[in-house]
Design a binder for this molecule. Structure first.
Ligand code: G6P
Length: 362
């Protein structure tokens, strides 16, 4: 109903707007008064015994796992692999001696993920579910649960669950890293960073008209679109493309920028929108090079950049945050671009054709 939507035309827009509050709630829930992450001690002890972390998920949650992979490796120095649950079940990789399994699932009901958890329990390996749904199947069947507390997510296209999954994984990585004495975890002011990120997210959702304008200008009638990014921006480009595909039916693909020259550039023709995400200073100049290459072939380029690597004519620029956590911010603009593209094309944003919020069949 309209009251539940709080005056919003669609749940998706409401849920995008809720992200700053969701970040703040996570900080309140999972940090103590000294600003240190506070998590179940048994969970941390079990994780500390592990020699490798296996993240299992589907869809948008899989993309949240891809963003978290370098966060776990840098902050907790635990080797981390991210797998599509649907592939892992049948194509199980060689496991390490002491694996720990992390299931990421907004709904906690995804059958593809559950079939892996059933096997993990048969094997007797420890597991954690990070979910937005207390008492869900994946939560009940895993050894441990961490709740996102993001409030119900109604729109089929996931937004606040994705960002809260990333933030909660970062909190977990820092807690584990501190336990292991990893300098990067001890020196990162994560609580303060997440507060800054909440403010930066707020400034982006306050400027949503900009994203509406960009969607109208570049995505109103196109049949396809490309997202490019390197380093931390690559995983975001995959999620940005998925969001656009799901609700606007624009055929979209996310690419690692360097791969353009290995194939994708053949698809670039006059007028094709290419959205570039640029936050990672290690690779920013290379992404700029890719932008020139696609522009030279007629692409319409939209840039989303972090201030320290931004240029004068970038379309969306946001203030600097810890680079590892920049996906939390850069993705918000892409969520809004997908939202407005769907809205402007006249679709039911919250209920895209052929898709379900939770898929309980394999
Ligand atoms: C469905 C939804 C997606 C979601 C995926 C995984 O396909 O349409 O939005 O990302 O399931 O869902 P989960 O609840 O496991 O995160």
């Amino acid at each position: 109903s309209d009251t539940e939507k709080g005056g919003y035309p669609f749940y998706m827009l409401k849920e995008i707007d809720e992200q700053p509050a969701v970040m703040r709630r996570l900080v309140q829930t999972y940090f103590d008064e000294n600003g240190q992450p506070q998590l179940d001690k048994d969970l941390l002890a079990k994780l500390n015994e592990a020699d490798r972390l296996y993240i299992l998920a589907a869809g948008t949650s899989y993309h949240a796992g891809l963003v978290a992979q370098p966060i776990f490796e840098k902050l907790a120095q635990i080797p981390t692999e991210v797998h599509l649950a649907s592939e892992f079940g049948y194509n199980t990789p060689m496991l390490s001696e002491k694996p720990f399994f992390l299931f990421l699932s907004q709904s906690g009901e995804t059958a593809d993920s559950r079939q892996v958890l059933v096997k993990v329990n048969e094997w007797g390996y420890p597991s954690l579910t990070i979910t937005n749904s207390q008492g869900s199947t994946l939560s009940r069947e895993a050894d441990y649960t961490l709740l996102l507390n993001a409030g119900p997510e109604i729109a089929v296209a996931s937004t606040k669950a994705y960002t809260s999954q990333i933030a909660l994984q970062a909190i977990l990585a820092q807690a584990l890293g501190q336990k292991r004495g990893v300098a990067a975890a001890e020196s990162l002011p994560l609580k303060g960073q997440l507060g800054t990120i909440a403010n930066t997210m707020q400034s982006i959702v306050d400027e949503k008209q900009e994203m509406d304008d960009l969607a109208k200008k570049h995505l109103a009638t196109t049949r396809n679109a490309f997202y490019i990014g390197r380093g931390y921006d690559y995983a975001v480009s995959l999620e940005a493309a998925l969001k656009l595909k799901e609700i606007s039916y624009v055929q979209a693909e996310g690419f690692a920028g360097a791969e353009l020259k290995h194939g994708t550039i053949s698809l670039i023709e006059d007028g094709v929108p290419v959205l570039a995400i640029i936050t990672d200073e290690r690779v920013a100049s290379h992404t700029r090079g890719n932008i020139q290459e696609v522009r030279a072939r007629g692409a319409q380029v939209i840039t989303i950049a972090m201030e320290s690597v931004a240029e004068a004519d970038d379309d969306i620029v946001f203030p600097d945050v810890e680079p590892l956590l920049s996906p939390l911010v850069s993705v918000v603009s892409t969520q809004l671009i997908a939202y407005y593209t769907s809205l402007n094309r006249g679709y039911d944003v919250d209920k895209p054709r052929n898709l379900a919020k939770a898929v309980t069949v394999e």
